[in-house]
Ligand binder design. Structure first.
Ligand code: ZN
Length: 419
C-alpha cells in the first residue's frame, strides 16, 4: 500500500492513481499529497530520501540535500539574531554538493523517481534555464529519457553539467518561456511522453519542499519567516505545503512561516496583482517585452502558479505574506552582499531573495529577534567552475508556431543524435 494519496485542494476528493492531473471536478485547483504518516520522520536513508514526506517508494539514486546553516556574516550585517540560510548549490567546503547549483535538482530527482514509479517512460520539460540543467543532469544519472524545451533568450545564461548532446534539447527561436511551455505540450503529444506538468505535478512541489524539510530538521521548529525569489512560485507553494504538514504534526509550531516573495522589476505580475488584492493577474503585467529588461531570466514565466486554488495567492493569504519588487541594481547589490558576508557566490535570483530580506528587515516586516529562513535557490557556480568543466547548451531551434510535422522532423533528428 502506498504511503500517500493525492487530494484536491478544492473539493477534498481523494484520487488514488493520479499522475500530473487536475481533479476531475475542479480544473482550477491544485492537487496535494496527503501522507498517511502525519508525523514528520527521518529514516536511515542518505540525502533527501531520509524524509518520510516524499512521493517516492524505492529511490534508486543518491541525491544530496540542501545545506541549511545558521548565518554569521549576513545575520550580523542585517542585525538579525536567528537567520538560517538554505544554500542550494555547490560549496563542498561546507558540505553543499549540488553540482547543478540549483534547488531545481530536488524537483528533478523527485519528479523522475515518481514518474518512473508511475510507469511513465519519459518526460517533456519546459524550462527557463535551471530546471533544464537539473533535469538534464538527472536524466543522464538515471538513464530516464527527458526532452527539454527552452527559450532562445535564456540560452546565454544556460549551461549543462554533461555534454549537451547527451540530452535532447530544443530551443524556441522566437518566443519566451511561456511559448516554450506551449511547444513542450505539443511535443509531449507527438512523442507520447507526458509533459512534466509544472506546478500541477505534486512530485515537483514536494521535491522543492525538501528545503523546508531540511530546514525544520536542522532548526527544530518552523521559522517565523520564509524569504524567496519567485518566477512560477512553485517552490514557494511547495515550501508552504510542507509547512502546513509540520503544523498538522503539531510538534514544530502552530503556524506556517510568513512568506516574503520577490520578483525582479519591471517584470513582476504577481507583485502587481497582490498589491491590488487580486487573484487574477493583469494582462499588461505579462507583456513579454518587460522580460528583456530584467536580469533574472529564470524568473520570467508568464504562467505563474498564482491564481490557481492552492497557489501563490492562497499561500500569501494564508500566511499574511508580502510581495516585493526588486530593481536590477538591488539584485546585484544582494549578490555582492552575500558574497562579502557569507563568502560564496550566488545566482541573480538568489540576489533578489537577499534584497527582499534586506527590505523586509528595513521596513520592520521582519523583526530582529525572529527566526528567518532565507532560501538561496541557486549558488556556487563560480566555485563549481574551479573544480568541474561545464558545457554550453547546443540545442535544435524551432519556431513557436512550428507545425506537428516540423516538431516531428526536429525531434527525430534530436532523438537520433542523443541515442
Ligand atoms: Zn476537486
Amino acid at each position: 500500500m502506498s504511503h500517500y494519496s493525492i487530494q484536491c485542494r478544492n473539493c477534498g476528493k481523494i484520487l488514488e492513481n493520479t499522475y500530473c492531473a487536475f481533479c476531475e471536478h475542479c480544473k482550477d485547483a491544485l492537487l496535494v499529497t496527503r501522507y498517511n504518516d502525519t508525523r514528520f520522520d527521518e529514516r536511515a536513508a542518505g540525502g533527501v530520501w531520509r524524509f518520510n514526506w516524499l512521493p517516492v517508494h524505492e529511490p534508486t539514486i543518491e541525491q544530496p540535500g540542501p545545506l541549511v546553516y545558521r548565518s554569521g556574516g549576513l545575520a550580523k550585517h542585517l542585525g538579525l539574531a536567528d537567520l538560517y540560510i538554505a544554500f542550494n548549490g555547490y560549496w563542498p567546503e561546507r558540505g553543499a554538493l549540488l553540482k547543478t547549483c540549483t534547488f531545481k535538482e530536488f524537483e528533478a530527482a523527485v519528479v523522475l523517481q515518481n514518474a518512473r514509479e508511475n510507469g511513465v517512460e519519459g518526460l517533456v520539460v519546459a524550462s527557463a534555464g535551471n530546471t533544464a540543467r537539473a533535469f538534464a543532469h538527472l536524466s543522464v544519472v538515471t538513464g530516464f529519457p527527458v526532452v527539454i524545451v527552452v527559450p532562445r533568450m535564456c540560452l546565454g545564461e544556460m549551461w549543462y553539467l554533461e555534454h549537451s548532446s547527451a540530452v535532447p534539447t530544443i530551443a524556441i527561436g522566437d518566443g519566451d518561456y511561456a511559448d516554450s511551455i506551449d511547444v513542450a505540450r505539443n511535443i509531449s503529444l507527438s512523442l507520447g511522453f507526458p509533459f512534466e506538468g509544472g506546478v500541477k505535478n505534486i512530485a515537483k512541489r514536494d521535491g522543492l519542499g525538501i528545503v523546508m524539510l531540511e530546514a525544520v530538521s536542522k532548526i527544530g521548529k518552523l521559522p517565523d519567516h520564509y524569504v524567496q525569489a519567485v518566477g512560477s512560485g512553485t517552490g514557494a507553494v511547495g515550501g508552504w505545503e510542507m509547512a502546513e504538514r509540520f503544523v498538522r504534526d503539531g510538534r514544530f509550531g502552530s503556524r506556517p512561516p510568513v512568506l516574503h516573495l520577490g520578483q525582479n522589476l519591471p517584470f513582476a505580475p504577481m507583485l502587481h496583482a497582490w498589491e491590488k488584492e487580486s487573484r487574477a493577474l493583469f494582462p499588461e503585467d505579462l507583456d513579454p517585452d518587460l522580460i528583456s529588461l530584467i536580469t533574472t531570466r529564470v524568473l520570467s514565466t508568464r504562467y505563474p502558479a498564482y491564481s490557481v486554488k492552492g497557489g501563490v495567492f492562497d499561500a500569501l493569504t494564508a500566511t499574511n505574506g508580502k510581495m516585493y519588487g526588486i530593481e536590477n541594481d538591488a539584485v546585484y547589490a544582494g549578490m555582492k552582499l552575500f558574497l562579502a558576508s557569507e563568502c560564496i557566490d550566488i545566482v541573480p535570483a538568489s540576489g533578489v531573495a537577499v534584497a527582499v530580506l534586506n527590505e523586509a528587515v528595513r521596513t520592520g516586516a521582519i523583526k530582529k529577534h525572529e527566526t528567518v529562513l532565507l532560501n538561496i535557490t541557486g549558488g556556487g557556480e563560480a566555485r563549481l567552475k574551479q573544480d568541474h568543466k561545464v558545457h554550453t547548451v547546443v540545442p535544435k531551434f524551432i519556431s513557436k508556431n512550428a507545425t506537428d510535422k516540423d516538431i516531428e522532423e526536429k525531434l527525430c533528428h534530436v532523438l537520433k543524435k542523443s541515442s
